[in-house]
Write a protein that binds this ligand. Structure first.
Ligand code: SF4
Length: 719
């Protein structure tokens, strides 16, 4: 990891990859990052790091870092000055506003910026431009969880914390693979199993590492979360494994939920999910009889059929058993990116800062008055990225500004996405060049990355952590906050962006959280440096943050308004138990595409590999995409390990190597989504998994269903 003798100083910071939020120190020698070591006093990672954290510093001075702004001239991208770059973007925005109004501008950003950068960006979009077109790649990640929390509890906030994993008697992992995606959360679970025998239930179509060591693996079919969770609820109700005191005092809607669950006795659920009825009953017994339980969930829920409905059922599982708001008990979503939750607090999932609801006139008034802008300029809703692409298709969105995300790999139905990227004036702000999305750019802005800027990022358990600048960005690259503020100044809105640095931004934005559920007013940069990460809410004067929510009641929820943030008060102080419908996945079945298509991640890579493919130690482990095929299916198709296989869906095709493995069930295949098509050779033989996925989304969260596509397999040649 490091050599103490080669390091001048160690700077306190936080890992910038996944939402676990591990504490670490970056070692600096003569102003350059040269090493990393875990922070032993971090309560999150307790002195450990995973592969990605260990090598995080290696991209800081990579030769492919973007170092100067570029503008398209014909087929070429040519270097320009920052003055030209800022003015070009401001001019394009002004022209778009004149020609098409605020709707003609779109912003789509990632989940690895800092809270301060999100705040500046959303202030620019909503308080200056007044555009409804701002979305984050949380649309691919946590949008369903966000809506599920709002529907059940009234606000978008993970109720529990990692410490709950230490005291839970049972951990139920549903649609998550922390061993690959949140490795330090997984290590914590393993330590607790060894120490105190925590029972582990894993519901996953694949035989993942957690599934392979679980006490009970519920190997459900792709897309069958709803009947599985309903059936567990059915058994809990049938056998009275309920907390009646909690149901009566703190919830609304139990009778409706009970009636809905009656359709899912374990024998029926067995037919719908493929999970033996006895295993469903055992899962219910383990969960219901334990004094404490945590459910961890992630993309197997968020990107699957009826995603928001599934989240609300998971919440209900905890509500009817009283397993929430006390140690060792929580439905806890695992956020994918380092600052996904910061983004959701500021508005990345459609809210206004302070978890405010833009549909609520009082909330809009509060934000407009604080910013000193006209209330009418604030959009009452925001359009997701899918809607923005449709607006481009219709010729109504003219300038799209993409910041720190890579839609030419990550969005579903790549052919459609790339057509739209070609049609719009595309501004790409990122840290590497070349980059798949930058291939379509008209203007490219080189940005600073983690380690080159200071700010805060909030992890999966609401813990606000500090990231610190330890080295200068390469060449002329600028941090995102500087770029955003300069564009605002060029648009004549400089008075709203007066901050000399990120700490002043933090101090402004935290005032907007005062007395809100995510109150940050008790947090300062100095406190974060001295005490480490602090969990919100942490009101001014509070000695500590808040480990878990709902210890003494809930925010009001509204059964009729799915986007309620609390002010449409129907059930004061109670959580809502939703009787969600069940829509069987039969419309997706297609004899021409007989396999279920599941896409996901591997531990070695992060998102679209922008960083990890450039880290030799990681990329060498998984340098190529692959498709996992069950041995029975492979034998039937004459496919052997390492053969080239064409995977074909209604949307497109890819050519990848076969990995023949019982990790996937018969009739299902799995592809990692990390890989893109950058060079011309790859473009002829595409390998990005999102060529195969469709634009069908969850109807409530608008999150794409990238875990439940269909495809067929064609063997091409022997490997
Ligand atoms: Fe970084 Fe996540 Fe690994 Fe922790 S678990 S070191 S936050 S990538």
């Amino acid at each position: 990891l490091h050599n103490e003798e080669t390091v001048d100083s160690w700077i306190y910071t936080t890992c910038g990859y996944c939402g676990t939020g591990c504490g670490l120190y970056l070692g600096v020698k003569k102003g350059r990052a040269v090493a990393v070591k875990p922070n032993p006093s971090s309560s999150v990672n307790q002195g450990q790091l995973c592969l990605k954290g260990i090598y995080a510093w290696k991209t800081l001075e990579h030769p492919e870092r973007a170092t100067r702004p570029l503008r398209r001239v014909g087929e070429k991208m040519v270097p320009i000055t920052w003055e030209e770059a800022h003015e070009t973007l401001a001019r394009k925005i002004r022209e778009a506003l004149e020609q098409g109004g605020p709707e003609a501008i779109g912003i789509y950003h990632g989940g690895q910026l800092t809270l301060e950068e999100y705040y500046a960006l959303h202030k620019l979009a909503k308080g200056v431009l007044g555009t409804p077109n701002i979305d984050a790649n949380t649309r691919l990640c946590m949008a369903s969880t966000s809506m599920g929390y709002i529907r059940s509890f009234g606000i978008d906030a993970p109720p529990g914390c990692y410490e709950d994993l230490d005291t839970a008697e049972v951990i139920f992992i549903l649609g998550a693979n922390p061993a690959e995606m949140h490795p330090q959360v997984w290590q914590r679970i393993l330590r607790n199993r060894q120490r105190k025998g925590t029972k582990l239930i894993v519901a996953d179509p694949r035989l993942t590492l957690p599934a392979s060591v679980a006490d009970l693996h519920l190997r459900l079919r792709c897309g069958s979360n709803i009947p599985l969770v309903y059936s567990i609820i059915y058994v809990l109700i049938r056998e009275n494994l309920l907390d009646w005191g909690f149901i009566t005092k703190a919830t609304a809607g139990f009778e409706d939920l009970k009636v809905a669950a009656q359709d899912f006795p374990p024998e029926v659920a067995q037919e719908l999910t493929g999970v033996p009825a006895r295993d469903i009953i055992q899962a219910a017994h383990l969960f219901g009889r334990a004094a404490t339980a945590v459910t961890l969930f992630c993309q197997g829920v968020n990107q699957s059929l009826q995603a928001v409905d599934t989240v609300t059922l998971i919440n209900s599982l905890h509500l009817i058993t009283g397993k929430i708001g006390r140690p060792g008990c929580a439905p806890l979503s695992l956020t994918g990116q380092s600052s996904s939750l910061s983004m959701r607090e500021i508005g990345g999932a459609g809210s206004l800062p302070g978890l405010r609801n833009p549909k609520n006139p009082r909330h809009r008034h509060e934000v407009a008055r604080f910013w000193g802008v006209e209330e009418k300029i604030l959009p009452q809703h925001t359009n997701d990225i899918h809607t923005m692409l449709e607006l481009i298709d219709a010729g109504r969105l003219r300038v799209l500004w993409v910041i720190g995300t890579n839609p030419a790999v990550s969005l579903p139905d790549q052919q459609y996405v790339r057509r739209q990227l070609e049609r719009v004036f595309l501004v790409v702000q990122d840290i590497f060049y070349p980059l798949e999305t930058a291939y379509y750019a008209d203007l490219f802005l080189p940005a600073a990355q983690w380690g080159e800027k200071t700010g805060t990022i909030t992890n999966s358990e609401r813990r606000v952590n500090l990231v610190q600048k330890v080295t200068q960005p390469p060449g002329k690259a600028q941090d995102d906050l500087t770029i955003i503020c300069q564009v605002a100044r060029n648009l004549g809105a400089g008075r709203l962006f007066p901050w000399p640095g990120p700490e002043e931004v933090f101090n402004e934005l935290k005032e907007l959280t005062r007395h809100r559920p995510n109150d940050l007013t008790g947090i300062t940069y100095n406190r974060l440096k001295a005490e480490g990460g602090i969990q919100w809410p942490c009101p001014e004067g509070a000695k500590t943050g808040t480990a878990r929510l709902y210890t003494d009641g809930f925010f009001p929820t509204d059964p009729a308004v799915s986007q309620a943030y609390g002010e449409f008060n129907a059930n004061p102080g109670r959580a809502k138990l939703w009787a969600v419908p069940y829509h069987p996945p039969s419309p997706f079945k297609d004899p021409d595409y007989p396999f279920w298509l599941n896409t996901g991640r591997v531990i070695e890579h992060y998102h679209t590999r922008t960083k990890t493919k450039r880290i030799l130690e990681l990329n060498v482990l998984i340098p190529q995409p692959f498709v996992e095929i069950n041995p029975q299916d492979a034998a039937a198709l004459g496919i052997k390990e390492g053969d080239w296989v064409k995977v074909v869906s209604r949307q497109g095709w890819v050519k990848v190597r076969a990995r023949v493995t019982p990790v996937v069930s018969k009739g299902e295949v799995f592809l990692p989504f990390h890989f893109g098509d950058l060079d011309p050779g790859e473009r002829q033989q595409p390998q990005a998994a999102n060529h195969l996925t469709s634009r069908i989304t969850d109807p409530i969260s608008r999150q794409p269903l990238t875990k439940v596509g269909t495809c067929r397999l064609e063997k091409i040649e022997s490997g």
